[in-house]
Design a protein. Sequence first.
Length: 65
Amino acid sequence: MTKDWYPVIDYSKCKGCMTCFKFCPHGVYGTKDEKPVVANPGACIDMCRGCEKICPEKAITHHSG
Ligand code: SF4
Ligand code: SF4
């Protein structure tokens, strides 16, 4: 089964504050070169937009379908 709901980071907007990494309780994010990476997209909760809402740069969107 293909995972069809996970966050996507726009690195042209991301400032590396790591708010998303600290916020997500499901271990979706990892880090690389002091920026967050979507390390475990399969762990993202369907229709959750928590990290998207708290990103101060509005750099996170969610892939769907
Ligand atoms: S919360 Fe937004 S700006 Fe901060 S690290 Fe995550 S994606 Fe980047
Ligand atoms: S949408 Fe929710 S579960 Fe998915 S990465 Fe963001 S905070 Fe974590």
